[in-house]
Ligand binder design. Structure first.
Ligand code: NAD
Length: 438
């Protein structure tokens, strides 16, 4: 099939590349010329495991092209996929300006029937709006399909190639068949393709993210209570996770959720509910808990130092909003770093992949270290914000020599408190009784 994917961010680039990998003829479009020029040279603007190799191969085998020429790619395509960003806009609703601009551009370029598939996460009713807009600008026939994306950054290729399910929203049988054909190579092990109406497909994406965010806020609340009552949240998490009605996923306490999706999507659901005079009380609480949780770790650091960290130096391991990505959008590390800097602390930061992105946010306000141990040199404590695998088995004795005191604030429960006690650390984590060195 001939496909055009508009927007070459985390979603568009992964989707376009995976569609090419399954034999389609794919053109990826973006407005950023430097990005397209770099992609043509197989230079990937983001860190996503496995992506570079796939892009390189599909460019070489001439199934994957990159361009800024949207009209030409639309004309050549049967299916046009919209995968541009939908950031939080005014009144905390999703900003649809990029989606609508692309819909208009597609309409103006049409030269025959097109399936327009919306992959961006969009408010309920957007497919109808896109349909009206395109119809007002062209006489050519078209169908609008809602095709939300559920991939996780850091495992995006795997998720795209082996999705738990594919959701296709629409009413045209031909267009739905075309989409099913497009996804057939990815559902060969019987993952379902769920066909529904556009609005249900749009709502499915928001409901999924809202529920996952709810689980995170829930376990963070449980963690905070565990600490007060002297229970261990890790044991509790295991205890409830083995219940098949509950499961183990998204029940890890930490420094709050971030990233380009959960915060804005939870906001968008609250805002949509308000549009219909509905108060989504639960999600407002989910947000409140998350805001508080993002501040929790710094509060703990301040408490340990009697409220004064001016002139103290801290090492921070992990900056991206989660491991295996360089994405810093809404990363809890940004709030933690801003608050510590405001309190007069000096910060030495390390991340395996996100240092370049972090520099755009923090400039010269912190020092950057490619090697995790180097950040520890002369620091009063280590603060762990993102649980990269690289941090799980460090040389604790080396850490103790580098740090001014054996003190760790772990925002992700990376270590076992018993091990930390044995190594002589004072160790604070989330939802577990603190360990104090003698
Ligand atoms: N990032 C994720 O893990 C994820 C997962 C599922 C769904 N989503 C949703 O997918 C959508 C895209 O997310 P993303 O993280 O890939 O965004 P992104 O910001 O990484 O990428 C968006 C791209 O669209 C391009 N763009 C903007 N306006 C354009 C236009 N008029 N024409 C052509 N290109 C244009 C931008 O230059 C950018 O390269 C969002 O709605 C998001 O909520 C994201």
């Amino acid at each position: 099939m001939k496909i055009c994917v508009v927007g070459t961010g985390y979603v568009g680039l992964v989707a376009g590349t995976c569609f090419a990998e399954s034999g389609n003829d794919v053109t990826c479009v973006d407005v950023i010329e430097e990005k397209i020029a770099a992609l043509k040279r197989s230079e990937i603007p983001i860190y996503e495991p496995g992506l570079e190799e796939l892009v390189r191969r599909n460019i070489a085998e001439k199934r994957l092209n990159f361009t800024t020429d949207l009209p030409a790619s639309v004309k050549a395509a049967e299916i046009c996929i919209i995968a541009v960003g939908t950031p939080m806009g005014q009144a905390r609703a999703a900003d649809l300006s990029a989606v609508m601009a692309v819909a208009e551009a597609i309409a103006k370029a049409m030269n025959g029937h097109k399936v327009v598939a919306i992959k961006s996460t969009v408010p309920i009713g957007t497919a109808d709006r896109v349909r009206r807009t395109i119809a007002s600008l062209t006489k050519h026939p078209f169908d609008v399909i809602s095709n939300p994306e559920f991939m996780k950054e850091g495992a995006a290729i795997e998720d795209f190639m082996k999705p738990d399910r594919v959701v296709i929203g629409g009413s045209s049988e031909d267009a739905i068949e075309k989409m099913k054909e497009l996804y057939a190579p990815f559902v060969r092990t019987e993952q379902p393709i769920l066909v529904m109406d556009n609005r249900s497909a749009e709502m499915t994406k928001y409901a999924a993210n809202a529920l996952l965010a709810t689980r995170i806020s829930f376990i963070n609340e449980v963690a905070n209570l565990c600490e007060k009552v002297g229970a261990n949240v890790d044991e509790v998490r295991r205890g409830i996770g083995h219940d098949r009605r509950i499961g183990h996923y998204f029940l890890f306490p930490g420094v709050g959720y971030g990233g380009s999706c959960f915060p804005k999507d939870v906001q968008a659901v609250i805002s949509t509910a308000q549009d219909y005079q509905l108060d989504f009380t639960l999600l407002r609480a989910v947000e409140d808990v998350n805001d508080r949780q993002k501040r929790f770790l710094v509060g703990r650091v301040l408490e340990h130092f009697g409220g004064d960290v001016a002139g103290r130096r801290f090492a921070i391991w992990g900056l991206s909003f989660k491991p295996r990505t360089d994405d810093m959008r809404e990363a809890p590390s940004a709030i933690i770093i801003d608050r510590l800097l405001a309190a007069g602390a000096q910060l030495a930061v390390h991340d395996p992949e996100a240092l370049d992105e972090a520099k755009k946010l923090f400039g010269n306000r912190v020092s950057y270290h490619r090697v995790n141990y180097e950040a520890l040199d002369g620091a009063d404590a280590l603060i762990i914000v993102t649980e990269w695998n690289e941090f799980r088995r460090p040389d604790f004795e080396r850490m103790k020599k580098l740090l001014r005191a054996p003190l760790i604030f772990d925002g992700r429960n990376v270590y076992d408190p018993t091990t930390m006690r044995a190594h002589g650390f004072t160790y604070y984590s989330i939802g577990r009784v603190p360990v104090r060195s003698e």
